[in-house]
Design a protein around this ligand. Structure first.
Ligand SMILES: [Ca+2]
Ligand SMILES: [Ca+2]
Length: 242
Protein backbone atom coordinates (compact mmCIF):
# COMPACT_ATOMS: atom_id res chain seq x y z
CA UNK A 1 0.00 0.00 0.00
CA UNK A 2 2.69 2.48 0.96
CA UNK A 3 4.22 2.12 -2.48
CA UNK A 4 1.24 3.95 -3.88
CA UNK A 5 2.35 7.01 -1.97
CA UNK A 6 5.64 7.43 -3.83
CA UNK A 7 6.01 10.62 -5.76
CA UNK A 8 8.50 11.53 -8.39
CA UNK A 9 10.89 14.33 -7.64
CA UNK A 10 12.82 15.42 -10.67
CA UNK A 11 16.09 17.03 -9.93
CA UNK A 12 17.28 19.88 -12.13
CA UNK A 13 20.25 18.35 -13.88
CA UNK A 14 18.53 15.32 -15.29
CA UNK A 15 17.94 16.74 -18.74
CA UNK A 16 21.44 18.05 -19.23
CA UNK A 17 23.65 15.98 -16.99
CA UNK A 18 27.32 16.65 -17.47
CA UNK A 19 29.74 13.80 -17.85
CA UNK A 20 33.43 13.55 -17.13
CA UNK A 21 35.01 11.30 -19.74
CA UNK A 22 38.10 9.11 -19.81
CA UNK A 23 39.80 7.23 -22.65
CA UNK A 24 37.74 6.90 -25.84
CA UNK A 25 34.51 8.27 -24.30
CA UNK A 26 33.14 11.40 -26.05
CA UNK A 27 29.85 13.33 -26.19
CA UNK A 28 27.85 12.57 -29.34
CA UNK A 29 25.29 14.64 -31.21
CA UNK A 30 21.90 14.37 -29.54
CA UNK A 31 23.15 14.22 -25.97
CA UNK A 32 24.38 10.63 -25.95
CA UNK A 33 27.86 9.65 -24.82
CA UNK A 34 30.01 7.33 -26.91
CA UNK A 35 32.00 4.92 -24.75
CA UNK A 36 33.94 3.06 -27.42
CA UNK A 37 34.26 3.67 -31.14
CA UNK A 38 33.94 0.72 -33.52
CA UNK A 39 37.61 -0.09 -33.04
CA UNK A 40 39.69 -2.76 -31.28
CA UNK A 41 41.31 -2.39 -27.85
CA UNK A 42 39.35 0.70 -26.80
CA UNK A 43 38.36 1.65 -23.28
CA UNK A 44 35.99 4.52 -22.50
CA UNK A 45 34.44 5.72 -19.27
CA UNK A 46 31.93 8.49 -18.50
CA UNK A 47 30.94 9.61 -15.01
CA UNK A 48 28.22 12.07 -14.12
CA UNK A 49 29.82 15.12 -12.53
CA UNK A 50 27.01 15.09 -9.90
CA UNK A 51 27.14 12.53 -7.10
CA UNK A 52 24.28 10.15 -6.41
CA UNK A 53 22.74 10.26 -2.93
CA UNK A 54 22.00 6.74 -1.70
CA UNK A 55 19.89 8.10 1.17
CA UNK A 56 17.12 8.62 -1.38
CA UNK A 57 15.14 6.18 -3.46
CA UNK A 58 15.86 6.81 -7.14
CA UNK A 59 15.39 5.54 -10.66
CA UNK A 60 17.82 6.09 -13.53
CA UNK A 61 16.80 5.31 -17.07
CA UNK A 62 18.96 5.10 -20.18
CA UNK A 63 19.06 3.96 -23.73
CA UNK A 64 22.10 1.83 -24.38
CA UNK A 65 23.63 0.78 -27.68
CA UNK A 66 25.87 -2.29 -27.88
CA UNK A 67 26.67 -2.25 -31.58
CA UNK A 68 25.53 -4.19 -34.62
CA UNK A 69 28.13 -6.93 -35.02
CA UNK A 70 27.25 -10.17 -33.26
CA UNK A 71 29.91 -12.69 -34.30
CA UNK A 72 32.64 -10.09 -34.54
CA UNK A 73 31.45 -7.72 -31.80
CA UNK A 74 32.62 -7.17 -28.21
CA UNK A 75 32.89 -6.56 -25.30
CA UNK A 76 30.00 -4.71 -23.70
CA UNK A 77 29.32 -1.91 -21.23
CA UNK A 78 28.93 -1.59 -17.47
CA UNK A 79 26.74 0.71 -15.41
CA UNK A 80 28.73 1.46 -12.26
CA UNK A 81 28.15 3.16 -8.92
CA UNK A 82 31.39 3.58 -7.00
CA UNK A 83 33.39 5.30 -4.29
CA UNK A 84 36.81 4.30 -5.56
CA UNK A 85 39.62 6.42 -4.02
CA UNK A 86 40.52 7.62 -7.54
CA UNK A 87 37.00 9.11 -7.78
CA UNK A 88 36.39 10.50 -11.31
CA UNK A 89 39.62 8.96 -12.62
CA UNK A 90 38.75 5.40 -11.57
CA UNK A 91 39.04 2.74 -14.26
CA UNK A 92 39.28 -1.03 -14.57
CA UNK A 93 40.91 -3.49 -16.91
CA UNK A 94 40.15 -3.42 -20.66
CA UNK A 95 38.73 -6.18 -22.88
CA UNK A 96 36.73 -8.83 -21.09
CA UNK A 97 36.72 -6.77 -17.86
CA UNK A 98 34.81 -4.02 -19.73
CA UNK A 99 36.88 -1.21 -18.19
CA UNK A 100 35.36 -2.04 -14.79
CA UNK A 101 36.75 -5.25 -13.33
CA UNK A 102 39.87 -7.37 -13.08
CA UNK A 103 41.06 -10.50 -14.88
CA UNK A 104 40.15 -12.76 -11.96
CA UNK A 105 38.77 -12.27 -8.43
CA UNK A 106 42.28 -12.93 -7.07
CA UNK A 107 44.01 -10.54 -9.50
CA UNK A 108 44.31 -7.55 -7.17
CA UNK A 109 47.13 -6.19 -9.35
CA UNK A 110 44.69 -5.89 -12.27
CA UNK A 111 43.06 -2.41 -12.41
CA UNK A 112 39.50 -2.46 -11.06
CA UNK A 113 36.93 -0.11 -9.58
CA UNK A 114 36.21 -0.64 -5.88
CA UNK A 115 34.24 -0.23 -3.68
CA UNK A 116 31.47 -0.46 -6.25
CA UNK A 117 28.41 -2.19 -7.57
CA UNK A 118 27.76 -2.63 -11.25
CA UNK A 119 25.48 -4.06 -13.90
CA UNK A 120 27.28 -5.44 -16.92
CA UNK A 121 25.82 -5.84 -20.40
CA UNK A 122 28.24 -8.37 -21.76
CA UNK A 123 28.30 -9.19 -25.48
CA UNK A 124 31.19 -11.62 -25.71
CA UNK A 125 31.82 -15.00 -24.11
CA UNK A 126 34.90 -15.21 -21.87
CA UNK A 127 35.37 -18.45 -19.99
CA UNK A 128 37.48 -16.85 -17.26
CA UNK A 129 34.47 -14.69 -16.33
CA UNK A 130 32.06 -17.63 -16.45
CA UNK A 131 30.18 -16.05 -19.37
CA UNK A 132 27.48 -18.00 -21.18
CA UNK A 133 27.65 -18.24 -24.96
CA UNK A 134 24.90 -15.63 -25.28
CA UNK A 135 24.96 -11.94 -24.46
CA UNK A 136 23.86 -11.43 -20.87
CA UNK A 137 23.34 -9.11 -17.93
CA UNK A 138 25.06 -9.67 -14.58
CA UNK A 139 25.27 -7.90 -11.24
CA UNK A 140 28.87 -7.33 -10.11
CA UNK A 141 30.54 -5.92 -7.01
CA UNK A 142 33.89 -4.40 -6.09
CA UNK A 143 35.58 -4.74 -9.47
CA UNK A 144 35.15 -8.49 -9.85
CA UNK A 145 34.11 -9.32 -13.41
CA UNK A 146 33.59 -13.02 -12.82
CA UNK A 147 29.99 -13.87 -11.97
CA UNK A 148 28.17 -17.03 -10.98
CA UNK A 149 24.72 -15.74 -11.99
CA UNK A 150 23.51 -13.93 -15.09
CA UNK A 151 20.36 -13.15 -17.03
CA UNK A 152 19.92 -13.94 -20.73
CA UNK A 153 16.17 -14.55 -20.79
CA UNK A 154 16.99 -18.28 -20.86
CA UNK A 155 17.70 -17.71 -24.52
CA UNK A 156 20.99 -19.29 -25.63
CA UNK A 157 20.96 -16.95 -28.66
CA UNK A 158 20.15 -13.78 -26.72
CA UNK A 159 21.76 -10.88 -28.59
CA UNK A 160 22.18 -7.23 -27.64
CA UNK A 161 24.40 -6.37 -30.65
CA UNK A 162 21.40 -5.95 -32.89
CA UNK A 163 21.87 -2.35 -34.05
CA UNK A 164 19.02 -1.14 -31.82
CA UNK A 165 18.80 0.95 -28.66
CA UNK A 166 17.81 -0.96 -25.54
CA UNK A 167 16.17 0.65 -22.53
CA UNK A 168 17.80 0.13 -19.18
CA UNK A 169 16.44 1.21 -15.80
CA UNK A 170 18.24 0.97 -12.46
CA UNK A 171 16.16 1.39 -9.30
CA UNK A 172 17.49 1.83 -5.77
CA UNK A 173 15.28 1.73 -2.70
CA UNK A 174 16.84 2.82 0.57
CA UNK A 175 13.47 1.96 2.12
CA UNK A 176 13.75 -1.72 1.20
CA UNK A 177 17.53 -1.72 0.72
CA UNK A 178 17.02 -3.29 -2.67
CA UNK A 179 18.12 -2.92 -6.28
CA UNK A 180 15.97 -3.67 -9.32
CA UNK A 181 17.27 -3.66 -12.89
CA UNK A 182 15.10 -3.64 -15.99
CA UNK A 183 16.25 -4.22 -19.56
CA UNK A 184 13.72 -3.52 -22.29
CA UNK A 185 11.08 -3.40 -19.51
CA UNK A 186 11.93 -6.90 -18.25
CA UNK A 187 13.14 -7.37 -14.68
CA UNK A 188 16.62 -8.86 -15.16
CA UNK A 189 18.02 -8.49 -11.64
CA UNK A 190 16.62 -7.92 -8.18
CA UNK A 191 18.52 -8.18 -4.93
CA UNK A 192 18.67 -6.92 -1.38
CA UNK A 193 21.74 -4.84 -0.54
CA UNK A 194 22.64 -2.51 2.29
CA UNK A 195 24.76 -0.47 -0.09
CA UNK A 196 25.80 2.30 2.30
CA UNK A 197 27.03 -0.03 5.04
CA UNK A 198 28.03 -3.22 3.26
CA UNK A 199 29.63 -1.76 0.11
CA UNK A 200 30.40 1.93 0.60
CA UNK A 201 31.67 1.87 4.20
CA UNK A 202 29.13 4.38 5.45
CA UNK A 203 29.29 6.81 2.50
CA UNK A 204 26.03 7.81 0.80
CA UNK A 205 27.57 10.16 -1.81
CA UNK A 206 28.76 8.05 -4.71
CA UNK A 207 29.87 8.43 -8.31
CA UNK A 208 27.90 6.86 -11.16
CA UNK A 209 28.46 6.31 -14.83
CA UNK A 210 29.40 3.79 -17.47
CA UNK A 211 32.54 1.95 -18.45
CA UNK A 212 33.09 0.00 -21.66
CA UNK A 213 35.79 -1.73 -23.59
CA UNK A 214 36.58 -3.64 -26.73
CA UNK A 215 39.30 -6.17 -27.47
CA UNK A 216 40.29 -8.07 -30.56
CA UNK A 217 36.61 -7.85 -31.49
CA UNK A 218 34.74 -4.56 -31.20
CA UNK A 219 31.58 -2.49 -31.60
CA UNK A 220 30.44 1.10 -31.35
CA UNK A 221 28.98 1.39 -27.84
CA UNK A 222 27.16 4.33 -26.26
CA UNK A 223 24.49 5.39 -23.79
CA UNK A 224 21.90 8.15 -23.57
CA UNK A 225 20.58 9.31 -20.21
CA UNK A 226 16.78 9.61 -20.33
CA UNK A 227 15.75 10.26 -16.75
CA UNK A 228 17.11 10.47 -13.23
CA UNK A 229 14.37 10.80 -10.63
CA UNK A 230 14.64 10.80 -6.88
CA UNK A 231 11.56 9.39 -5.17
CA UNK A 232 10.52 10.33 -1.69
CA UNK A 233 8.14 8.01 0.10
CA UNK A 234 4.93 9.60 1.38
CA UNK A 235 6.03 13.18 0.83
CA UNK A 236 5.07 15.41 -2.01
CA UNK A 237 6.86 18.49 -3.28
CA UNK A 238 9.95 17.83 -1.27
CA UNK A 239 12.93 18.99 -3.23
CA UNK A 240 16.30 17.44 -2.75
CA UNK A 241 18.90 20.13 -2.24
CA UNK A 242 22.02 19.91 -4.38
CA1 LIG B 1 32.46 -11.15 -21.75
CA1 LIG C 1 25.85 -10.92 -29.25
Amino acid sequence: MHRLLWFFLLIPFYTNAQFYTIGTARPMDGGCIMLTPDQPYAEGIAYSTSYLDLNYNFEIEFDIYLGEKNDYGADGIVFVIHDDPRQFDAFGTYGECLGYGRWSPEAVYSAHISPSIAVEFDTYQNNLQNDPESDHVAFLTNGVSRHENYWNGENPAYDLEDGHLHTFMFKWSITDKSISVFLDNILVYQGGHDLINDIFEGSNQVIWGFTASTGRKYNLQYFCLKRLAYLKEGQENTTKSE
